[in-house]
Structures are given as structure tokens and as C-alpha cells.
Design a protein around this ligand. Sequence first.
Ligand code: TYM
Length: 332
Amino acid sequence: MENKKLIFSGIQPTGTFTLGNYIGAVRNWGPLQDEYNCIYCVVDMHAITVRQDPVKLRQATLNSYALLMACGIDPEKSILFIQSHVKTHAELSWILGCNTQFGELSRMTQFKDKSQRHPDDINSGLFTYPVLMAADILAYNADLVPVGVDQKQHLELARNIAQRFNQRYGEFFTLPEPYIPKVGAKVMSLQDPTKKMSKSDENPNAVILILDDKDTIIRKFKRAVTDSDTEVCYREGKDGINNLMTIYSTVTGKDFASIESEFAGKGYGDFKLAVGEAVADHLEPVRTEFARLSKDKEYLKKCYTDGAEKALKYSQRIVSKVYRKVGFVDKG
Ligand code: TYM
């Protein structure tokens, strides 16, 4: 690979991403490919920390892979692969786990949230999830990790683990930096704009899925919860409107001041319709490309097989050095 900074990021295989996944993360991954060496992966191993139907997981993983390509990730420019195809992630995760404290993992808010949501299945994978995530990043010695704001705590932990390893065994890991967008790092639910937009939301109107059709997208935006005011402006306390303005701004490239003047004197109804149309039009090429790619199973297979091979080759060099550093005997 060329001598550029290295980017790593991953996404769970939900099959179709939310508008939050898209605006906070995936949308930014394509444009980074020219400036950086990029490695992206579909994290199916992370997904099984909550119960999954195996048939659905397999399909959702393949769909997520095709959808990343439809969102502009080019497997010729980036290394694009499926996590479970590359064994170094699990291998490094074990070693990093031996350098992570129980107390640190107990403080992770995602673990607390998910264990509340699945009280009958607080498995150890759910607890050590952030260690596997640290392994994903450190197996490539990534410099930058483009994510939404909800992953910041996990990234800080990855840095702490790397730092501890370096102190114990000598400077080795790069400390990865979060790369969080200025606008859209936390897209909120359309039904409760104080909560993050999340696929696990029980109310389907709260979440835009990027493969939703135009009518569905417009209908969901029309129903978005706002406030009793009438003015389209970005202001403290107007969470619903602030969220819609953020979404509109990211898909149109307009800043808040020009959005305010565009809708001066118009009501929320006009604004919501405009946001719905802009989002649906913006996502149209993604839907079309996804429909085309997902039919081409042979091509997809070639891409994820090549991607895994490159990822293994790259990470194997790093993980073998880690094995040596911690005192494992060379296999010869
Ligand atoms: P995941 O699959 O939950 O989300 C993928 C990406 O989408 C971002 N995101 C959001 N951004 C803005 N607004 C929202 N409402 C929103 N919802 C989700 C997330 O911040 C994320 O960037 N643990 C990770 C996956 C992972 C990973 C990694 C990421 C595994 N290993 C290594 C980076 C590096 C996760 O569950 O993301």
C-alpha cells in the first residue's frame, strides 16, 4: 500500500443501514479513499453478541457488503472484507483482552444499554465487545477511525489498551484517533429527537432505512416529531427541527443560515416535505446500485474473497509481531 495514513472502520451487518449509519459514518468513507489507505469491514463477529437467526445473519452480511459498495466504497481502492473471514481479529482480541481491565469494560455505556435491553443474555462477548473492536483497529495499526459520536467511548478504550500494551511491551501500536464529522455525528430518532436514531427502535417511523423507497421516506419525515413553534431555525431546545436541519444540510450541502432563509415564512409542513424529498433523491443512486450489485453474487464473492486475503496478509504481519512481543514461541 502507498505511504499514506491508514483509515479503519466497521459496521454491523443489519442488512440495510439507517440514515444515522449513513450520515454519521458510511457516507464519509468513500471520499476518504483518495487521500488515505482505507480498510473497511462488515463486523459479523460483533453481531453475534446479541442473538441472531443464522440464515438472516448470513444474508444481512452479504447485503451489508453490497450496500457498502453501493455507498461508494470501491474494493479496488480500499480493502473491503467480512470480519469473520480474517482470523487475526479474534487472535489479537484475546491478547488485548489480557491487557484490559474488568472495570474499564464495566463502564462502557453500550454494554450497560444492551444488557438492559437483553437481560436474559448478558453474555461475555457482549462484555468484551470493545476489546474485539480494539483488535479490529490495532490489527492494522490504523491512524484514523471514521465513526459517529456513539463510538467515541469505545475508541478511547482502544487507545487506552494500545497505550497500556506499549508501556508493557515497548512502543508498538499507533494510537488511533477518532474521525467524527462536524455535522451529523449523531442523527436523532424522528419520533423522539432526544434519542439516537437506531435500527433497534420499536417504532419504524423513528428510523429511515437507506433502502426505504421514496414514498416511505417522505411519509416518515412528514410524521417527524417537532415542536409547537413554526419557525425553521436552528436553536437550543428545538431538537426535532435541529435534527431535520442537520439531515437536510448533510444531503444538500446547504448551511444552516441558507436553510433558514430558504424556509423563512414557510411552515414545518413544507420543510418536512423538502427534507423527505432531498433525502430520497440523495439515496436514489444508492438504491439503484444496490439492486444491481446484489444480483451479481459471483462478483461480490470475488470482492470479499480478495478483500479478506489482503486484510489477512496486512494484519498477519502485525499480529505475528505482537505474538513475539508477548513471549509466544515462534512456530518457525
Ligand atoms: P454500528 O454498526 O452500530 O454503526 C456503524 C456506524 O454508524 C454510526 N452511527 C451513527 N452516526 C450518527 N448518528 C446515528 N444515529 C448513528 N448510528 C450509528 C456509528 O457511530 C458507526 O460509526 N462497534 C461499531 C462497529 C465496529 C467498528 C469497529 C467501528 C466494530 N469494529 C472498528 C470502527 C472501528 C458499531 O457497532 O457500529
